[in-house]
Design a protein around this ligand. Structure first.
Ligand code: ATP
Ligand code: MG
Length: 373
């Protein structure tokens, strides 16, 4: 059983891979990302990750794109509610495709179908300490949010390791995510380094790809809380009916001291303006609020005083609906044939499983546990 040492290089942005025997070979550019099927997807997902995924998919720059519905991860904190997870599989797939993820170009898969991921997780667990897991700031926040305190399910506590298995099984180089996922990416990179130095250069270190606009990294909830999140019930869902979106926008958290129109208003923590930062383009003013030419002008009028919340909220509603209308129209079409949606997921999962099985066999070879060939 001879192990072949490998080295990776980056030459002018092109990833190269040097093995003793084959010399320099091109290293594929691969994306892996996903969402937990704990609800329909919301506008935080859209600006934080989904919109970018579609652009990357259509750029043609990536060799493979895997989009995962992380049902096994969703069960780590919803183990007693399997119906919720099951029912949201097709909901998330509908959101994906209505936003423009195309199963011809991106592989859409369901995590639990690929049992190789669980096996990888088990081997990676040896490479991570309990104290390292305890330091993960996102997991800490989520434990508090869910009120787990001292009764933290082991599966939930260790989900950063399973996420490392998801990423590395597909040898992903790029992971487009919101900034709450940075600690997970760091954990995955540490596991890769530890595995490669302990056994052999099998795994690939992934890089996070964050949104370039600060407001999109972590879109706040409609209640002004730090993050829009399914678990906090402060979301505008991509598939909410227009009336519901209007209601949510009109009751959004702004500046509690901005009582009369003539009062000067604050922008910090005012989520109506954060949402405009995430969604608004200059042409939106031309169509929906022509007395202003850009967002800076609107902001400066608000901070000086003389601009009421209702007017800004009506503008935000128009901006949101301009973006969401075509998405919702596509969703209505796709909803007519759910079995076809499930078949797309089944095919994608089968294809993804082959890739994960290949990585697992390399991992087992490197760990010297491939006794029977
Ligand atoms: P849950 O409450 O079940 O954890 P969630 O709303 O946090 O759900 P996830 O499925 O955990 O959603 O997140 C999927 C992806 O969407 C991740 O890349 C995450 O960074 C991104 N994301 C989630 N919420 C936001 C948000 N409010 N702003 C920006 N990105 C977000
Ligand atoms: Mg989350």
């Amino acid at each position: 059983m001879q192990s072949e040492k490998k080295t990776r290089y980056n030459y002018q942005g092109i990833n190269l891979h040097c093995t003793g025997r084959k010399g320099l070979t091109y290293m594929k550019k691969i994306i892996l990302t996903g969402d937990r099927p704990t609800g329909r997807l919301h506008v935080g997902h859209y600006v934080g990750s989904l919109r970018r995924r579609v652009e990357l998919q259509n750029s043609g720059e990536y060799d493979d794109i895997y989009i995962m519905i992380a049902d096994a991860q969703a069960l780590t904190d919803n183990f007693d509610n399997p119906d919720k997870v099951r029912n949201n599989i097709s909901e998330v797939a509908l959101d994906y495709m209505s936003c423009g993820l195309d199963p011809e170009k991106s592989t859409l898969l369901v995590q639990s179908y690929i049992s190789e991921l669980t096996e990888l997780t088990f081997y990676y667990m040896n490479l991570v300490t309990v104290s390292r897991l305890k330091r993960n700031p996102t997991v800490k926040t989520e434990i508090n949010m869910r009120g787990f305190h001292t009764s933290i399910p082991v599966g939930f506590f260790t989900y950063p390791i399973s996420q490392a298995a998801d990423i590395t099984a597909f040898k992903a180089t790029t992971v487009p995510v919101g900034d709450d996922q940075l600690p997970m990416l760091e954990q995955a990179r540490e596991i890769v380094r530890s595995f490669n130095s302990t056994y052999d250069e099998v795994l690939v270190e992934p890089k996070a790809l964050l949104p370039d606009n600060e407001a999109c990294m972590r879109l706040p909830g409609t209640d002004g809380k730090a993050k829009m999140s399914k678990s906090l019930g402060n979301c505008i869902y991509l598939s909410d009916p227009p009336d519901e979106i209007r209601k949510k926008v009109m009751s959004m958290y702004t500046d509690p001291d901005h009582i009369r129109v003539e009062d000067p208003g604050k922008l910090e923590g005012n989520c109506v303006f954060t949402y405009l930062d995430a969604f608004c383009r200059e042409d939106h003013f031309e169509h929906h609020l022509p007395e202003y030419s850009c967002l800076d002008e609107l902001k400066s009028h608000y901070t000086k005083g003389g601009l009421g919340d209702v007017k800004v909220k009506k503008f935000l509603y128009a901006v949101l609906m301009e973006e969401l209308e075509p998405i919702q129209a596509r969703r209505h079409e796709l909803e007519k044939d759910i079995p076809a949606v499930m078949e797309i997921l089944h095919k994608g999962s089968q294809k993804a499983r082959e890739t994960a099985a290949q990585t697992l066999s390399e991992v087992k070879h490197a760990m010297k546990i491939d006794y029977f060939g």
